[in-house]
Design a protein around this ligand. Structure first.
Ligand SMILES: *Cc1c(COP(=O)(O)O)cnc(C)c1O
Length: 360
């Protein structure tokens, strides 16, 4: 067996320990004589799995009691519709568009009500986070929407927008559990888990209880109503049961690692290795304004498409996988989520240094 250093933006690297444990339990989960994949989601054993996953997530993020944790399906993209359908009581919402995911969410919301694009960084290819300290928040906005870490462009909000008292909704798909957050600052925190937590197919929604109501837009499907899932503790229908089990293992791994403060420090150390190198490199350049740099996704370019392609090819041959940038921006992108070991990042930096020496 040989494992590569996997810099994929998602689905992405998972802790090796978790994968090994899952492999050990594949045929016989704790004496049940079956895999978690084969088990009724109504069984006592599965009930323990999902309850424990929720309890561990609550502990990791310090989630207050007046927030529900929902394990849902449909990916982050499904939430682009679910959010306006559930939250647009006045039919108005403000969107800050800092990348393709925020843009898609905004476009989806336009189908359900009056969505206002109150700020954007599209003028400079989403390479920065706009100043959000005094935005023209709509008087009757039901919520203000952000994508907190922009997976494709490698930007991250270092301070949350001033929503002037309006409910903040955040897509945290690519920074989920990468550092501590103050849950009370949000109405909804949600993310697909395939970036930093688990296998594709699960989306986690953390939502303040007062936002969960029957007062949803007409025509909202039962399955997209938060109340449906909140009332049934995420077991209204068959949940993505195996995926949730893996997420639960990752939560345990994070607790064992020391929690989110420790992850933050580790993630800062890893990102610093790459950013320090990019800042002094004569061949490679980071593409993001320094103060807005993500700890999770690090895009960079040489400025020469052929050289970029050569880098991607040679890095792959060296066991550094999936460094090609998103198709919309080109260049390279290293996604260095929680489960990427520091050695992987060091190896990448060393490879870049060597590539620079050979190609400058
Ligand atoms: C990957 C990603 C999405 C889309 O996730 P799906 O699960 O494929 O729908 C949305 N938002 C962000 C920030 C992402 O990184």
């Amino acid at each position: 067996m040989s494992r590569v250093y996997n810099f994929s933006a998602g689905p992405a690297v998972l802790p090796e320990e978790v994968l090994k444990e899952a492999a050990d339990e594949m045929l016989d989960y704790k004496g049940c004589g079956m895999s978690v994949m084969e088990m009724s989601h109504r069984s006592k054993t599965y009930d323990n799995i999902i309850k424990e996953a929720e309890a561990d997530l609550r502990e990791l993020m310090n989630i207050p009691d007046n927030y529900k944790v929902l394990f849902l399906q449909g990916g982050a993209s499904q939430q682009f519709a679910a959010i306006p359908m559930n939250l647009m009581k006045n039919g108005v919402a403000d969107y800050i568009v800092t990348g393709q995911w925020a843009k898609k969410a905004y476009q989806e919301a336009c189908m359900y009500g009056k969505a206002n694009k109150i700020a954007t960084s599209e003028d400079k290819t989403f390479s920065y986070i706009p100043d959000c300290s005094d935005l023209p928040i709509s008087e009757d906005a039901d919520y203000v929407y952000i994508c907190e870490n922009n997976t494709i462009y490698g930007t991250k909000y270092k301070t949350l927008p001033n929503t002037k008292g309006k409910t903040l909704v955040a897509d945290v798909s690519s920074c989920f559990l990468s550092e501590p957050v103050d849950v009370t600052k949000y109405g909804v925190i949600y993310g697909g888990v395939q970036k930093n937590i688990g296998p594709a197919g699960v989306v986690i929604v953390i939502i303040r209880e007062d936002l969960i109501t029957d007062d949803v837009l007409p025509g909202t499907p039962t399955m997209l109503k938060y109340k449906t899932h909140a009332d049934a503790d995420s077991l209204y229908n068959t949940p993505p049961a195996y995926g949730i089990y893996i997420c639960g293992k990752v939560f345990k791994w994070l607790k064992k690692m020391g929690g989110l403060e420790v992850m933050k420090t580790r993630n800062e150390e890893k990102a610093k290795i790459l950013y320090d190198f990019l800042d002094e490199s004569k061949l490679f350049k980071g593409t993001v304004r320094k103060e807005d740099r993500s700890l999770m996704n690090v895009p960079f370019i040489t400025g020469n498409d052929e050289l970029d392609a050569k880098f991607v090819k040679e890095s792959k041959a060296a066991g550094l996988e999936s460094l090609k940038g998103h198709r919309s921006v080109g260049g390279m992108r290293a996604s260095i989520y929680n489960a990427m070991p520091k050695e992987g990042v060091e190896k990448l930096a060393a490879f870049m240094k060597q590539f620079e020496a050979e190609n400058l």
